[in-house]
Design a protein around this ligand. Sequence first.
Ligand code: PEP
Ligand code: MG
Length: 593
Amino acid sequence: MPAKSDKSKLKADEVVVKGLGVSSGIIVGKPYVLHSSNLKVIEYRLEDDHAVEDEIERFHQALQITREQLYHVIQEAKAKYGKEYSTILESHFLILEDEEMIRGTLKMVKNNHVNAESALAAVMDKFRNNFLKSNNEYLRERATDIDDVKRRILANLLGQHKTFTVDEPSVIIADTIKPSDIAGIERSKILGFVCESGSTLSHFAIVARSLNIPAVVGIANFTGFVADHDTLLVDGHTGEVIINPAPGTIERYSKKTREIQRQAAELEPVAQLPCTTKDGREIQLSANVELAEEVANALKLGAKGIGLYRTEYMLFSERELPDEETQYQEYLKIARKISPHKLTMRTFDVGGDKIPLEILTTRGYVHEDNPMLGWRAIRIALECPEFFVPQIRAMLRLSAEFQVEIMIPMVISVSEVVQAKALIDKCKNELRKEKIPFNEKIKVGIMIETPGAALSADVLAEEVDFFSIGTNDLVQYTLAADRGNPKVAQLYNCFHPAVLQLIHKTISAAQKNHIHAAMCGEMAGNPYATIFLLGLGLNEFSVLPPVLPKIKKLIRETDIKEAEALAKRILNMTDIKEIEKLVTEVTKKKLAS
Ligand code: PEP
Ligand code: MG
């Protein structure tokens, strides 16, 4: 990236920067900096007394989270560098607990009706400036400590933003984008995303693809480089972002957009045709969704069910865990839209890279060095039944009227499944006693997204009604390559022979035990994997809505015998490049026919 001081030059000439396109489409619009590595504080007014109360609560929560984080940092510093260093950090506690700072911030929020970030920044900057004016060197030095504590609290406040004031449709730019960020912005206000970090498998990238929002990741320092008055052209196919594009450039990209739309229109008629292979095997084609508003598009593009409903998305805009009735009403919206087709509801997959911090900290979550290997999904559910039980009860109630299935994420062992099923049985008993109807035969399945689960597929299959392979996590855990880290993106590859063997093992175990084998990881929507997966015997492909027609076309063009031969051949190959070459050749031929 050019240096930040180049900002003023941007108005005259267009500047092309290149990242990684993670959601296709082309848009032109003004930037909105959601949050940046510089923690930019924006002041906004709170509308009424209710909003003021909420803001005060938000400030207290941010202070509490900061306390816990600071405590952890101090313990770590003590262990790593000794007591001398940790004493400096202990003085940060005094700043954090400073009555004047807290009272001053609260007073500004109450009296001036402004958000906590701007009040805190004003109060702390005043303190800091007073220290800077001092003749005493020790006190002058303390200004840095004040800045440090301010940065910590601000980071938590900004991370907890409930709603953003994105007034105009904009290109959302940020250093990182969490699922909670997306939940806070109205869909119609998001033209595209440009994010400094992230990868194809980052959660916001998955949502962007599902909602057809162009997105580019991996442009370092972008938030510091772009000015509010700039215009951005984002090409989610190539990963190019053009700052202040010339009229000729915009025309060139419009032509490209029209061509892409023409190709999509060509595939559209496939959407309503049956999803059967050339030799007549019926394959279930479903969609992955996070929000009820995605369902209409999924149906239009040919989905015959939801194979993965990521229920945790409803948590990302909440401070507290929604109760059973609130959850039921939320689920009802989606069930009504997809009915009479099935709805596979995944229980909350929180923790890891999808932590809604506020909810978990009240239940004992503390900072984790390796959150992806930490307290997440079923681990939280089993330890905190108050997290699991209301959700299961809501799902069971829904099953009385709709075709609902329960799916449990991040399983590694049979004992977890046994415990989860015992909790589900307990919920069923309660409902029976309360005379609340539900489907006694509701299907309970698990996601296979850890090597531990894939290697235990034989025994797991005896306990559940279906498997759904979550390749997004399965690939990262098998290859020890973070799904969200662009630095290791070249290692993260679903065609790695080890991953293919685990998938093969999972589907074979399902077949042996006569249970349904689905896949809801992104590999299910990767056209180059379709024929191979058909050959292994996959029963259901659950994919992002925009790719439904392409996957169906491939299924319809394929004969099972031919797919089985290809799968057998690939399972005997050891070189990823060779595998990729082969699947590319075969797939291209089919798509051209
Ligand atoms: C997966 O891991 O493949 C999956 C579908 O779950 P998520 O992407 O939500 O982790
Ligand atoms: Mg997963």
